[in-house]
Design a protein around this ligand. Structure first.
Ligand code: TYD
Length: 208
């Protein structure tokens, strides 16, 4: 059993890798549950809509931060906590590092405020491993334009310097704690990334 979290900027290829990884867990008959933030629960889906709706231009950065944490608390209570308790592996598409990277790294919301929320809400649920899909923003912006065109959400509409700050913050977080973070190069083929991930988990004796 393990708690694994995938992180990365928008368009980094997280979802594709998560799907491949979940297929692998199925092949090995390893019990797991997949969740995501924001929107891993029924209540979380409603919060997600508030957060990502493009017309919500008046959402203040502090409200935004609190909503991401409200969604997270619900995800912990409904998904993360009960499944880990039953020895079921939890795979999460984003967790607290997203708020640190986007709302602190990108928006410059007070670090103390975000750290206090993290301690209050996440302290008993720390991932065994964070997987960062790191990729140059020029590539992700191109991907987003091709795949989403006018359908980009409120966060994806941010400019490239915002996404660059988010990427830089993720990298600094991962480099500060190399034991807990695996950095993968998102521009590689997803089958290669899957191999790299599995071999890292084997070397750490996590799951495999
Ligand atoms: P995500 O669901 O990964 O995007 P997509 O639907 O394109 O796969 O994430 C939604 C957006 O929310 C993404 O731009 C990152 C942002 N986000 C934050 O800004 N802070 C957070 O704490 C989280 C969890 C996500």
């Amino acid at each position: 059993m393990a708690f694994l979290v995938f992180e990365g900027i928008d368009g980094s290829g997280k979802s594709t890798l998560i799907d491949l990884f979940c297929n692998k867990l199925n092949e090995h008959k390893l019990p797991f549950i997949k969740t995501k933030e924001p929107g891993g629960t029924k209540i979380g889906k409603k919060i997600r809509r508030l957060l990502l709706e493009k017309t919500n231009t008046k959402l203040s950065p502090m409200t935004e931060t609190l909503l991401y944490y409200a969604d997270r608390k619900q995800n912990i209570e409904e998904v993360i906590k009960p499944n880990l308790k039953k020895n079921i592996t939890v795979i999460s598409d984003r967790y607290w590092a997203s708020t640190s990277a986007y709302q602190y790294g990108g928006r410059k919301i007070s670090e103390n405020f975000i750290t206090a929320l993290r301690h209050q809400i996440c302290k008993d649920y720390e991932p065994d491993l964070w997987i960062l899909l790191d990729i140059p923003i020029e590539i992700t912006l191109k991907r987003l334009f091709i795949s989403k065109a006018n359908k980009r959400d409120r966060m994806e509409m941010e400019n490239s310097s915002f996404h660059q700050k988010v990427r830089d913050y993720y990298l600094s977080l991962a480099k500060k704690n190399p034991e807990k973070w695996l950095i993968l190069k998102g521009e590689k083929k997803s089958s290669i990334l899957l191999e790299e991930l599995i071999s890292h988990l084997k070397s750490k004796k996590i799951l495999f």
